[in-house]
Design a protein around this ligand. Structure first.
Ligand code: SMO
Length: 762
């Protein structure tokens, strides 16, 4: 007798089901509520006047004309800001000299776009008009370059005798990769709205880390934590660019407190390119020592990162990730890896989808292809010889990391089989002989994606519904759908019974947010633990209500049933109604639990991307003919959401590989200040992709899941790059750098006409 099945169809597993996103109807019919959709009565609008120069000394600020303008309420500069606390930084490395943000520049400016003056007015138009009337007199200073730049972070990982290994190597290959700066480019630009009522600050921020933002605002403004509430309403993408608080956010909160009125600021696309954090921008150099059979003996790497003009909370993350992930999926215990970070005259450089993982992967995978070419071994074969064995997990890496699980050889094997790799190579040889420019490239990657802690709480309500809160906020990932599945699975109810609450520090008192591909592993892990506690309470209460033993009870969508008795049951609402408060009154949240889950180690996802490309000899235009991706994200909670994450990441990875690049001129002026100058992929640029899976469950979290959100930015650029390099190799083109525009590819095909230097300058 299937008792559970008889009281609801929910009894089977919700894990692995392609449940459609409950968020979408609201979001795609224009009923989302973003920060800019909120306009409290009497709301003032704030506009920034920003530095026009890359480096300079502020000689004077002239606001008289602006102060007289219609609708202006207040104008602030740095001299108005006294005794503020500092924004926080994540001290993941010991050798850091943080450069905290300034709300408004004082004395000097160190990047174009740095906020200098804040104009507050009764309407957005009035604030913008008045801002035009502010004059800032800045004496330009030379940009600091090379050794003049301030070094703000460094770290080194050393293991084994590297010099000895290089001395006995049969082959040494080296690669230098220059990553352009790129823009995270969320659909919704940053936005902040703050109210200050009584002694309470409420800030609506387009953020992926509401709790960190609350902590920062409390520290900066000197308000007790309990008097600061941060709400992340609908957030239209973030990609790392909204993981740390910005001067603009803090300035809006400060102005609201100073004026005692609601204040709002919403960024524009131009200001996003200018003053939101950029990603990548590092230069990496690696050398690989190999024996005569292509087995790796040792690796040296020097990674240098430009950090921009101040350091957001996660400023250290890209450099640290890039260093600690090396030598990637390969078994090698002898390394010397060095990272450094320097201040530079541009927007802050922070995390961006991938955050150091793309840099590690690009360096390692280009080295593997160089080694394959040097030794005359097939690129997949040389990887196959060097990958960590599937029996070696948990695997201690030479940088001190512990890889939890994986099967990298299977990723390669599956890529070979699914792509008909042997056939592809034969076809390539045939087309090459016919004069075509065709390449095949592989990007094998590992992806740390879930460590640390997250919070969850869950309650059975008096009406029989279940409400669950998570510290993992959302920016479009489908969090509410996925987490409702987790609860449904744990309590054997339908997801429709479950409401997911997130993105509000008043509803969920502690948390981290949504970043680092960690939400399902860590936030989901916390949710499982909260459900476990609640289920324990439920069966105790139900056993009492039904006068039976707890192991006789079965949970189902309509309540709890005593399976071996006379089919007695108690509905969810009924159960909740029976649990009375001290004075006999029903309790709104009859049963509840609240947990903080600390993961037992870090989950490491992995994957193998394979690209087939061809280039037009006439124009250098690139066609991505095939894209195959074998992904290992551990157990899969919702295949539909996973595919969405993979494809979205792929689009951004492709953008970095082929077209995106932030450019400053020699004076620190941003040349890519609009989408007419900064190229992002459009739908027509995105090729079809075939996604295959293997599943090695992670032992580090209760769901066995791994991250997927950043994978596309990690494996796809390396595969595309290696495919282009493979296509151009017979033509003698070396030292290619991203973005691989058609112009660059065309020049590289001209042989002598486009030497490395000329190609590199595009
Ligand atoms: S770059 Mo992500 O939001 O950790």
């Amino acid at each position: 007798m299937n008792v559970a099945g008889s009281i609801g169809e929910a009894a089977s597993s919700w894990m692995g089901r392609s449940v459609r996103r409950r968020e979408d109807r609201r979001l795609v019919t224009g009923r989302g509520a973003y920060v800019d959709d909120h306009l409290p009565d009497g709301c003032l609008h704030l506009e920034f006047v920003r530095s026009q120069v890359g480096h300079g000394k502020i000689l004077g600020i002239y606001i008289e004309a602006a102060r007289e303008a219609d609708g202006v309420v207040a104008i602030f500069d740095a001299s108005d800001l006294h005794g503020l606390g500092a924004s926080a930084i994540n001290f993941l490395l010991t050798d850091i000299e943080p450069m905290p943000m300034q709300l408004l520049a004082s004395d000097t400016v160190s990047a174009a776009g740095q906020p200098v003056v804040a104009v507050v007015a009764t309407s957005l138009a009035a604030a913008r008009d008045a801002a035009q009337l502010v004059e800032i007199d800045i004496e330009p200073l030379p940009l600091l370059a090379g050794d003049e730049r301030k070094q703000v972070l460094s770290h080194q990982w050393q293991a084994g005798d590297v010099d000895e290994a290089f001395a006995r190597a049969a082959h040494v290959v080296s690669v230098t990769v220059k990553h352009s700066l790129v823009a995270p480019m969320a659909l919704e630009p940053r936005a902040a709205l703050a109210t200050f009522e009584g002694e309470f600050l409420t800030a609506w921020l387009s953020t992926q880390t509401p709790h960190r933002a609350r902590d920062d605002l409390s520290r900066i403004l000197g308000l007790p934590l309990a008097q600061v509430r941060v709400v992340a309403p609908d957030v239209g993408g973030a990609f790392g660019g909204k993981a740390s608080i910005y001067p603009e956010d803090a300035m809006v909160a400060w102005a609201s407190k100073a004026l005692g009125r609601p204040v709002k600021w919403c960024s524009t696309r131009g200001d996003e390119l200018l003053a939101a954090s950029h990603g990548r921008g590092g230069t990496t150099h690696g050398e690989l020592a190999l024996d005569a059979d292509g087995m790796m003996l040792a690796m040296r790497a020097q990674l240098s990162f430009q950090q921009g003009n101040w350091m957001p909370f996660s400023a250290v993350v890209p450099a640290r990730n890039a260093g600690r992930i090396l030598p990637g999926p390969y078994a090698l215990d002898t390394v010397d890896i060095d990272i450094k970070g320097f201040l530079s005259h541009g927007a802050a450089v922070g995390i961006y989808r991938g955050a150091g993982r793309p840099e590690a992967t690009m360096l390692m995978e280009r080295l593997m292809d160089e080694a394959a070419r040097e030794l005359g071994i097939d690129p997949i074969e040389i990887r196959r010889r060097n990958v960590i064995d599937k029996g070696a997990f948990p695997y201690d890496t030479p940088t001190g990391e512990v890889l939890d699980s994986g099967n990298y050889a299977l990723l390669l094997d599956k890529a070979v089989v699914c792509s008909d790799y042997v056939g592809l190579r034969a076809e390539q040889a045939r087309r090459r002989a016919a004069g075509e420019v065709v390449g095949i490239g592989v990007g094998l990657y590992i992806e740390p994606c879930g460590q640390g802690w997250e919070s969850a709480n869950i309650s059975l309500c008096r009406d029989g519904t279940i409400v669950a809160g998570t510290g993992s906020s959302a920016q479009g990932q489908g969090r509410e759908t996925a987490f409702a599945q987790i609860v449904a699975d744990a309590l054997q109810v339908s997801p429709d019974r479950v409401t997911i609450v997130h993105g509000d520090t008043a509803a969920v008192p502690t948390g981290i947010g949504a970043l680092a591909s960690r939400s399902t592993a860590i936030g989901g892990g916390a949710m499982v633990r909260a459900c476990d506690e609640l289920r324990e309470q439920i069966v105790q209460a139900a056993a009492e209500a039904l006068q039976c033993d707890v192991d006789e009870l079965v949970l189902g969508d309509h309540g709890v049933i005593a399976g071996y008795g006379a089919g007695q049951s108690v509905g969810w609402g009924e159960l909740a109604e029976q649990l009375l408060g001290p004075n006999g009154e029903p309790k709104d949240h009859a049963l509840s639990s609240s947990v903080v889950f600390h993961a037992d180690g870090e989950a490491w996802a992995s994957g193998c991307c394979l690209a087939v490309v061809s280039a037009s000899r006439d124009t250098g235009e690139l066609a991505i003919e095939q894209l195959l991706w074998v992904d290992d994200a551990g157990r899969i909670l919702n295949p539909l959401l996973v595919r969405g994450q993979l494809v979205g990441g792929m689009a951004q990875g492709l953008g970095e590989a082929l077209m995106e690049r932030i450019v400053y001129d020699e004076e620190g002026q941003l040349l890519t200040g609009s989408l007419m100058d900064y190229a992002v992929p459009r739908a027509i640029d995105i090729p079809a992709v075939r996604i295959e899976k293997i599943e090695t469950p992670s032992p580090t979290n209760p769901l066995g899941v791994k991250g997927v959100g950043e994978a596309g930015c990690i494996g796809i650029p390396a595969a595309i790059f290696n495919a282009v390099a493979d296509a151009l190799a017979p033509l003698g083109a070396r030292d290619l750098q991203m973005p691989l525009t058609s112009e660059k590819i065309w020049l590289a095909m001209q042989g002598d006409a486009g030497g490395p230097t000329q190609v590199d300058n595009l």
